[in-house]
Design a protein around this ligand. Structure first.
Ligand code: J2J
Length: 557
């Protein structure tokens, strides 16, 4: 066996301690197999099966493998090497899957941005990841992603290539051409196998849900991510007959895990809109068996089903719902009204994912957010002093495990705050651990707003608001919302004699180029912000205040 040099990206990552590594290997959590090879094993087992459906495009496993290897070699021809980073901002299209697999095969590291991200986020990511290339659609939902990527490339000398799907400019790399099958798939595979990434190397970067001014990068290794994917297969019961409608953005850990889990089992991924009418049509047309949704979308599916029960959803067996809290009364409707098993999920890009198991019955599925995927996952629920709470009591969840890295990429200060010296990640979520091992998410201590599964950092919104002329102080909090669970509410204290309107804040955020889901949807102007005994802004009091205002308005209607 050849021992590889540690790749440079490891320099910014926080490795698991050697004794823990030895344990994960000994217990078989880490199999020493890079992700690309897991995919190829599935592709070899059923080359003619359809792996991916995107509109009229249907790719078999053989096609997908030949394209991934073709793209991997072309990335090399462009001068990209193992450990170089590609900032990927692609929607759920077949090109994403080919490019992502090409990265896994070649060791080039994808940094997974979301289609909603704009200049503010992308330019930070390009900088922090030292991106060598940016992959975008020319336009998507009316936005010119190519133009923005070109601007970012002009500001960041590390970026040498724009990979553009559909309608690039001279000088761009045509992503669809890059994603063409290898001319000689057998030779391409052999060439890539010779320089396969090591299983302990970083495979991809995910973005953290965000409590800091800018998102942090999470370096996930081949071994750790493969364990996450395999345990997702086990918990969700995927197999070669699985047809998974992937409707949420694939840059999210939730969808990416589901996508790879389906492919690794020889199942079929169908890309499509989460909008119920289109989604139901696809379920019928493609005989979809599974899907994964955030609660806000699941609720829309239920409403549409009740209003227009025409579609045959008979093939649908499992619906995974996670990313934000699914209200119990909504959970209870999913089985009876959509005719499939609900599987709740609670997880994080930092690692730990919990899922309810169908065999544990409706009570667990409807009232808990599931139990950890791996027996290697460690959970500790602590009180404010950091002491373990009595069994079954609520507290803050700390976790470690075989797919939860020990720190963010190049973020020593953050790491000192949210990782304990013995490697526990402080989730900031308040949970209750039931005797049966299932977790109930009861709240959150971290300063984040969960807008229908999209995570918004309060600090980020506040920093932007403080740049608005006339704003003296700002505090962003979650306001409850029937549709999305939470929306962003901004409290501001204006400078003396000044007036601040929501439009002023929105103007600034749009000018800076901030993802739309982060925009505050309500502004409350106050003379002063309430403070805690520690002289910090009392967010609890602000949340209570906005709840009271909303209740008052409802009563007035
Ligand atoms: C309440 N809060 C939840 C839930 C996540 C699977 C599922 C979800 C994610 C994800 C993921 C919640 N109820 N059911 O990556 O693989 C909140 C928590 C958590 C944060 C992480 C996966 N499910 N949350 O949502 O990195 O606050 O990952 O810490 O986007 O979402 O967000 P994110």
């Amino acid at each position: 066996m050849t021992v590889r040099a540690v790749r440079p990206s490891r320099a910014g990552t926080v490795p698991w301690p050697e004794d823990v590594v030895a344990e994960y290997v000994a217990k078989g959590y880490w199999q020493g197999v890079p992700l690309g090879r897991h995919f190829l094993a599935a592709a070899d087992a059923a080359p003619d099966a359809v792996a991916l459906v995107d509109g009229d495009t249907r790719l078999t496993f053989h096609d997908l493998a030949a394209r991934a290897d073709g793209a991997a070699l072309r990335l090399r021809d462009l001068g990209l090497r193992a450990d170089d980073r590609v900032l990927v901002q692609l929607p759920n299209r077949w090109e994403f899957v080919v490019l992502f697999l090409a990265c896994l095969r070649s060791g080039v590291l994808p940094v997974l941005a979301l289609p909603a991200h704009r200049r503010h986020e992308l330019s930070y990511l390009a900088e922090h990841a030292e991106a060598a290339a940016i992959a975008v659609p020319a336009t998507f939902k009316g936005f010119d992603h190519r133009a923005l990527a070109a601007d970012i490339a002009a500001d960041h000398p590390t970026v040498t290539h724009l990979l553009v799907s559909g309608g690039g400019q001279p000088g761009d790399v045509d992503l669809r051409e890059l994603c063409a099958p290898a001319a000689d798939p057998v030779a391409a595979r052999a060439a890539l196998d010779r320089e396969e990434p090591g299983s302990r190397d970083t495979a991809l970067f995910l973005l953290s849900g965000g409590t800091t001014a800018l998102p942090k990068l999470i370096a996930r290794t081949h071994d750790d991510y493969a364990h996450y994917v395999h345990r997702t297969v086990d918990a969700a019961g995927y197999g070669p007959d699985t047809v998974n409608l992937v409707a949420l953005p694939v840059g999210h850990n939730f969808s990416l895990g589901v996508l790879l889990a389906t492919l690794f089992e020889g199942g079929r991924v169908v890309f499509g809109s989460p909008e119920p009418e289109q989604a139901f049509e696809l379920v019928e047309r493609e005989s979809v068996t599974h899907s994964g949704l955030v609660p806000a979308v699941a609720q829309r599916w239920l409403e549409h089903r009740a209003a227009a029960p025409g579609h045959d959803l008979g093939t649908l067996r499992g619906l995974m719902v996670g990313g934000s809290r699914l209200p119990d009364h909504v959970a209870a409707r999913i089985g009876p009204e959509l005719g499939c098993a609900l599987q709740q999920g609670y997880g994080m890009a930092e690692g730990l994912v919990c899922l309810t198991r169908p065999a544990e019955g409706d009570e667990v599925a409807c009232h808990t957010q599931g139990r950890p995927l791996s027996e290697g996952d460690e959970l500790l629920v602590v009180d404010e002093a950091g002491e373990p709470v009595p069994a079954g009591e609520p507290g803050v969840l700390l976790t470690r495990g075989p797919y939860t890295p020990r720190g963010y990429y190049r973020a020593p200060e953050q790491n000192a705050r949210v990782f304990t010296p013995d490697g526990w990640y402080r989730t900031g979520d308040i949970v209750r651990l039931r005797p049966d091992g299932n977790v109930v998410v009861e709240g959150r201590e971290k300063d984040m707003i969960n807008r229908g599964g999209e995570k918004v950092s309060a600090e980020e919104v506040e920093n932007l608001a403080l740049q608005v002329d006339g704003v003296l102080m700002a505090a962003a909090v979650a306001m409850p919302d029937a549709e999305l669970g939470e929306r962003v509410c901004l409290y501001v204290v204006p400078r003396t004699g000044r007036e601040v309107r929501l439009a002023d804040v929105l103007d600034l955020m749009r000018r800076v180029g901030v993802a739309r889901y982060k925009l505050p949807e309500r502004l409350v102007v106050v003379d002063a912000l309430p403070l805690t005994g520690m002289q910090k802004v009392d967010k609890k009091a602000l949340r209570a205040d906005v709840e009271q205002r909303l209740a008052g308005e409802r009563a007035a209607v």
